[in-house]
Design a protein around this ligand. Structure first.
Ligand code: MG
Length: 243
């Protein structure tokens, strides 16, 4: 059926190149496949086909770096970094995803630049979308909120004031590798920060590095990792849809 439709479209397109005149409009209607129905999120909940990673209650979907119990604080529907306990990792591993996550930098302002409200969201454990209080605090552009750390400068600074909840809506496409282990397609990311586009299909140069040049190495699925950078940044309403 799909092949037939394809052939029909192809011959129609060919005919239109020769002679551009209106055709029967039903010939350009495609009725299959029918997209599955999804009930969209209401009242800050997740869409019906999402995997909920944190709904305000517990850390059941997360572990600490070594696979033990995640040690961050759950209080009033939010999850907060407990400094020096290390990162937390999603138990499930993902590749291509849509991710919704909300975060809040501490209302009590401490530090400056990279030291103020720093955390991060690592896709596939390797690629960091920066979380930082960039409201009224200066740092390098490729390290501010909404940046792909040390790689991609956000298009704009859409950061809200410390103490306010902010959203990231992320579409992440995993890198692809050839059988020989060379890079076929780089990782790609689109990010809306508080509903504002800050990364538009940005192609990553490799895993996030602090003091080295990024370099791809082949890998499979990976956890979502939230960073402990020593600041009590909070998160809530975390859900993911596999693409
Ligand atoms: Mg960070």
């Amino acid at each position: 059926m799909l092949l037939l439709m394809g052939l029909l479209m192809f011959s129609l397109a060919e005919a239109q190149q020769k002679e551009r005149k209106p055709i029967d409009p039903t010939l350009t209607e495609v009725w299959t496949p029918v997209p599955p129905k999804v009930t969209p999120a209401e009242n800050n909940a997740a869409p019906s086909d999402a995997i909920v990673l944190f709904d305000g209650k517990d850390l059941n979907e997360w572990t600490s770096q070594d696979g033990g119990l995640a040690k961050w604080t759950v209080e009033n529907g939010a999850l907060t970094v407990k400094p020096k306990t290390g990162v937390i990792r999603s138990k499930l591993k993902f590749s291509d995803i849509q991710l919704h996550i909300e975060w809040r930098s501490p209302s009590e302002i401490v530090g400056e630049g990279q030291g103020r409200g720093n955390s991060g969201i690592f896709l596939m454990e390797k690629y960091e979308l920066q979380v930082l209080d960039s409201y009224e605090s200066v740092t390098y552009s490729n390290g501010q909120a909404g940046s792909i750390y040390k790689q991609g400068i956000p298009l704009v600074n859409a950061t809200k004031a410390p103490g306010e909840w902010q959203t990231y809506d992320i579409i992440f496409m995993a890198p692809e590798f050839t059988e020989k282990g060379t890079l076929k397609t780089p990782a790609k990311i689109t990010v809306l920060h508080n509903g504002v586009l800050v990364q538009n299909g940005f192609e990553l140069r490799g895993p996030t590095e602090y003091n080295m040049i990024p370099m791809y190495e082949p890998h499979g699925k990976g956890s979502i990792v939230l960073q402990d950078h020593g600041n009590p940044v909070s998160f809530r309403n975390i859900w993911v849809r596999e693409l």
